[in-house]
Design a protein around this ligand. Structure first.
Ligand code: 8YV
Length: 324
């Protein structure tokens, strides 16, 4: 009998998935459940047949250099994989897979929740009640912005962008405009009540709410910068459930402080888990700790997708979600 592939699970996963992995593979778990540093990851690449990273594991090009690599596949737990230099992995002969599809709904749900929370000031309201600082109802208390019927601008019209459009168009009667790198057939866009515009600026100028659904890294780094924030309506809100680096965080903080835009709802940050003090001090921003896919159902489905990918790979088949 040939030995089972040796795999490293870099964080604790849903128990059901850990169990399946332990049945099929010779698994090692990072019981401490803390992010692995560069040298631990470099060692892992030399000691395991598969490494299953998450967004908290940075795998830049230089971890793949120096030879002696044993790892043949990185089964990433997540759809976004910009924490991995996939080109360098491929060059080193390592396959990379991700988990598309299964987190679409939950991520879009969370984007809606941020949009509503920012517009209706529910975070502020909750803080006030918990602090015992609510002094009673009055017509001008904690006035927010109406959501229904407004215009939503979506940047990145992939699975999650479309799910966001569907929720906001059919749920809140919003007009949807979007920017996408490639052309989307108008009939396809119309299924989500959406219309494609030519440039990011066109979307920013038109929208009352802007929601980011493009991948991080590469050319999308600081896609939303000071100039683009200034192109938004002064009463508009920015929602980010994609990756922190899509937004120039320093420029966003300045824009929120100066009232260049009215507010923001953020689930992701440039240097997670560090969230700048100046951002945390602002009332007009809703801040969540990267919860996009954080439901029992979705995290289990993500894990099972990783299982499918590495099982196929070690059976000599093409993993269904290969990205490099
Ligand atoms: C995950 C995500 O929680 O899948 C993604 O791209 O951002 C999150 O939903 C995270 O990536 C887990 O590694």
């Amino acid at each position: 009998m040939t030995a089972k592939p040796r795999i490293l699970i870099t964080r604790r996963w849903p128990q059901a998935v850990e169990r399946v992995l332990a049945e099929r593979f010779d698994t090692v778990l990072n019981e401490e459940d803390r992010p692995l540093d560069r040298s631990a990851l470099a060692d892992a690449l030399r000691n395991f047949d598969a490494v299953l990273p998450t967004v908290s594991d940075r795998l830049p090009a230089d971890v793949f250099t120096g030879g002696g690599l044993r790892t043949r596949i990185l089964g990433n737990f997540g759809v976004g994989y910009n924490h991995i230099d996939a080109g360098a992995a491929k060059e080193a002969g390592i396959v990379v897979t991700n988990t598309p599809g299964v987190l679409t709904d939950c991520t879009a749900d969370l984007a809606v929740s941020l949009l509503l929370a920012a517009a209706r000031r529910t975070g502020e309201g909750e803080r006030q009640v918990r602090a015992g600082a609510w002094d009673g109802w009055r017509p001008t208390h904690m006035i927010g912005t109406k959501v229904t019927g407004k215009t939503l601008g979506i940047i990145g019209f992939g699975r999650i962008g479309k799910a966001m459009a569907k929720r906001c168009h059919f749920g809140f009667d919003m007009d949807i405009v979007f920017y996408n790198r490639s052309r989307v057939a108008p009939e396809e866009a119309a299924r989500f009540g959406a219309r494609q515009l030519d440039t990011v600026e066109d979307v920013l100028r038109a929208a009352d709410f802007v929601s980011l659904h493009c991948p991080g890294g590469g050319e999308n780094r600081h896609l939303i910068n000071a100039a683009r924030l200034a192109a938004m309506k002064p009463a508009a809100y920015l929602i980010n459930t994609s990756r922190g680096d899509v937004v120039d965080e320093a420029a966003l903080i300045a824009a929120l402080e100066k009232g260049v835009i009215r507010g923001a709802g953020l689930d992701v940050y440039e240097a997670e888990p560090d969230v700048p003090t100046r951002l945390r001090a602002l009332e007009n921003v809703v801040l969540l700790p990267h919860l996009g896919s954080a439901t029992e159902e979705t995290r289990t489905a993500m894990g099972m997708k990783v299982v499918d990918n590495i099982t196929a790979f070690f059976a000599g088949l093409q993993p269904p979600d290969r990205v490099a």
